[in-house]
Write a protein that binds this ligand. Structure first.
Ligand code: PLP
Length: 387
């Protein structure tokens, strides 16, 4: 029998991390001590009270059955209470909040509710790859919006051609941003609302890094006047509470957008394990001191890494939020070449920003998901590099 992959899989863009992955395996086999600053996955453990809530809930047999599609009411209330405390926004847990299997799942399914063949989805470049890939899976056409350093990595709304804006169904925004670590500048969200109203475009805001900040706490897009008419926001417990493996988050916003996502999900999945939801409630409603403590840890690490690199003469973009740092490529190197040399000559795993889209050219991305001593060692290795 001949087995052929579907066009949508065969036509996926080339996997840009393949070369780096291959080099990483080679270096590992040689026994090299690699400092992996490549992936955005917290190295710190989930706080103990959250683990305790999970184990207790897992022993309760009532959690073992199929959960509700939209999430337990108590989970949706906890998410709504979080939105109230953190952003001063009140949401109806019955209509305006839905539990999701990590925000990636929700981001992936959202276009299936609203995109028809030929519709355009506006995706930041560089950006989280799920926005564009799942747009294609849903039959839509991604249109890439370049994020540039000289513009603070904000979307330039005036540069979107009129015919594209008219065909656009959804626009993805993500601040604090992965991979650039940029924040939404004052006035940006207001301009996004005006754009959405003018062209009838749904605004999908990915706020995975809302609690990972070093200065003022980032705003929710939904705080902007008019935003709740046009928008939905995707929240995650993954980065905030070191729960990337647990797969739980929520989406909230315009009730029609929340309901559309819910209709897709009802046909695809069967919700989040109730024991995990109960643990998530413990996370959202419990002591937030571990989150503040963690912010302090990331900040110290950021200062070791960025301070060290700047002192060594690298052009480093010190982040105000997120756990990502961009370093500009030394003259004459592409992002892939720079990442390859960091790996083979310094034993440092970095991510070429071009893995997130062609406008990432010019940078590699490092994370602070390693302890201070390892980051200091990384700085020493980078100083010794002859580029
Ligand atoms: C990590 C990440 C997510 C998704 O995290 P989940 O674990 O699926 O909740 C979403 N968006 C961005 C930009 C991320 O970096």
């Amino acid at each position: 029998m001949k087995i052929e992959l579907a066009h949508r899989i065969r036509e996926l863009p080339p996997y840009l991390f393949a070369r780096i992955d291959a080099l990483k395996n080679e270096e590992r086999k040689k026994g090299k001590d690699l400092i992996d600053l490549g992936i955005g996955d917290p190295d710190l453990p989930t706080p103990a009270h959250i683990i305790a809530a999970l184990t207790e809930a897992a022993r309760d047999a009532s959690t073992h059955r199929y959960p509700s599609y939209v999430g337990m009411e108590s989970f949706r209330q906890a998410a709504a209470a979080f939105m109230q405390t953190r952003f001063g926004l009140s949401f109806d847990p019955g209509k305006e909040v839905i539990c999701v299997i990590g925000s990636k799942e929700a981001i992936a399914h959202f276009p299936f509710a609203f995109v028809n063949p030929g519709d355009v989805v506006l995706c930041p470049d560089p950006g989280y790859p799920v926005y564009a890939t799942l747009t294609r899976f849903a039959g839509g056409e991604p249109y890439f919006l370049p994020l540039r350093r000289d513009n603070g990595f904000l979307i330039d709304l005036d540069a979107i051609p009129e015919d594209i804006a008219r065909r656009a169904k959804i626009m993805w925004i993500n601040y604090p941003n992965n991979p650039t670590a940029a924040l939404a500048a004052p006035g940006f969200y207001e301009r996004v609302v005006a754009f959405a109203q003018k062209y009838d475009v749904i605004i999908a805001s990915d706020l995975a890094y809302s609690e990972m900040y070093y200065e003022a706490p980032p705003r929710s897009f939904l705080e902007t006047p008019g935003a709740r008419e046009v928008g939905i926001e995707f929240h995650s417990l993954s980065k905030t509470y070191n729960m990337t493996g647990w797969r739980v988050g929520w989406a909230c916003g315009n009730p029609q957008l929340v309901a559309g996502l819910g209709q897709v999900k009802t046909n695809v999945d069967s919700g989040v394990f109730e024991a995990v939801q109960r643990a998530a409630i413990a996370a959202l409603t419990g002591d937030q001191a571990p989150v503040a403590k963690q912010r302090a840890i990331y900040k110290e690490r950021r200062d070791v890494l960025c301070g060290g690199l700047a002192a060594a003469g690298f052009d480093v973009l010190t982040p105000k939020a997120s756990f990502y740092t961009l370093i500009a490529n030394p003259k004459g190197l592409t992002s892939i070449e720079f990442a390859a040399r960091l790996l083979t000559e310094a034993g440092i795993v970095a991510t070429p920003a071009t893995g997130f889209g062609p406008s990432g050219e010019g940078f590699v991305r490092l994370t602070v998901c390693a302890d201070k001593a390892r980051l200091a060692e990384a700085v020493e290795r980078l100083k010794a590099l002859k580029l």
